[in-house]
Design a protein. Structure first.
Length: 381
């Protein structure tokens, strides 16, 4: 039989393994180091397993009590899954355990994005529904509602998120099947017209670390400046020191796609980039001059070439994709759509609404720009 000390000292191995206690109770130790109490029993000549919860949330003593309760219920002819007591049965309860077990070592910004998707799209629809009663049709309905808003990529991510929760539930013995498995080709494909970009937190973190490690100072600063400001590539490469005015980058109308003057509030991170760049290029006109010293600004392919040198392909990320990366994350994080679009220097497509909406939202844009830089840094670290 197990002791609390043996359970506590159990170490992960190359493969998942089980440690036996008594009367069908086992401690399962995953390769990740996570530990779960498992009750094994035979029914109709088939082995069944029930998860009694994770250790140390459930102690050895508590696991034995739950085992005895279930064994007693089985002797009375009751269904074991209805007698597990504190073991989660509804989707929201499994989500809570999944977040605790699987998300404990993830970045706060990533967890915040996950919680936003859960609270905005998923839990209001199926949070109180028993796991075994959620169908593929229920999940498809959630995703279709998101697609109707034009957020095809978010719909796909929501489906993936639900699938991750079910994978955890199946491994823990709370469910037997995943309703998202039947939806492989049911959702709208990702639009091909969008610029290649990263929207997954892990990919963005990888990108930021790669940029930070790039060995050439001017190009590294150009990439950081691009990511932090998400301005169009042409606006970045032709940026001039005369346009940096205190806490803002004041881009004249002639350089803008829509021929409208654009103000970019400078986050503390962008100011740090400029401080690093100043001793190198501020005697000239351009923030990012051509390395050929021919009086021109950096080539239009400069940042793209640097991304390729770091191993990122055209199918993964392009300089213009920094804008889509920001837009996706900011919208998912709940920022005001009008503030986002104004900082992207987009023109209102609805002519009537645009005629009446002349707001510049500058206080909100200042907060947005600092939040975005902080979000990237938190992810990177």
């Amino acid at each position: 039989m197990l002791t609390e000390l043996k359970v506590k000292d159990a170490k992960p191995k190359d493969k998942r393994y089980m440690m036996r206690d008594d009367k069908g109770l086992y401690l399962r130790v995953d390769t990740s180091g996570n530990k779960y109490w498992i009750l094994r029993y035979w029914e109709q000549k088939k082995e069944r397993q029930i998860s009694l919860g994770p250790y140390p949330d459930i102690s050895l003593k508590d696991a034995r009590i739950k085992r005895d309760e279930i064994q007693t219920a089985r002797a009375k002819g009751e269904t074991p899954l209805s007698t597990i007591g504190r073991s989660p049965q509804i989707f929201a309860d499994v989500v809570a355990e999944w977040l605790k077990v699987r998300m404990g070592d993830r970045a706060e910004s990533y967890i915040r994005t996950i919680r936003l998707r859960l609270n905005k799209y998923i839990l209001p629809e199926i949070g109180r529904t028993p796991l075994m009663k959620i169908t593929s049709a229920d999940v498809l309905k959630i995703c279709r509602n998101i697609e109707s808003l034009g957020h095809n990529e978010t719909a796909r991510r929501v489906k993936t998120l639900i699938g991750q929760v079910y994978s955890f539930a199946i491994a823990a013995g709370y469910a037997e099947s995943d309703p998202t498995a039947a939806l492989h080709r049911a959702l709208k494909p990702q639009s091909r017209k969008h610029y290649a970009t990263f929207t997954d937190s892990a990919d963005i973190a990888m990108l930021m670390r790669a940029i930070r490690a790039y060995p050439y100072t001017v190009m590294r600063c150009a990439m950081l400046f691009s990511v932090y400001t998400f301005a169009r590539p042409g606006e970045v490469r032709s940026a001039e020191w005369s346009e940096i005015k205190g806490d803002v980058w004041d881009i004249p109308a002639g350089k803008m796609k829509m021929k409208r003057r654009h103000i970019v509030p400078l986050s503390s991170q962008v100011k740090a980039v400029l401080d690093e760049l100043r001793p190198i290029t501020d005697e000239g006109r351009w923030l990012f001059p051509s390395p050929r010293n021919d009086g021109r600004c950096m080539s239009e392919n400069g940042v793209r070439t640097a991304l390729r040198a770091m191993g990122f392909t055209n199918a993964q990320i392009v300089p213009h994709g920094f804008r889509a990366m920001f837009s996706t994350v900011a919208n998912e994080e709940g920022w005001n759509r009008d503030v986002i679009e104004r900082q992207l220097a987009h023109v209102e497509k609805n002519a009537i609404r645009g005629a009446y909406n002349h707001a510049e939202y500058m206080p909100e844009r200042i907060k947005l720009m600092q939040w975005w830089a902080d979000w990237l840094d938190a992810l990177e670290n």
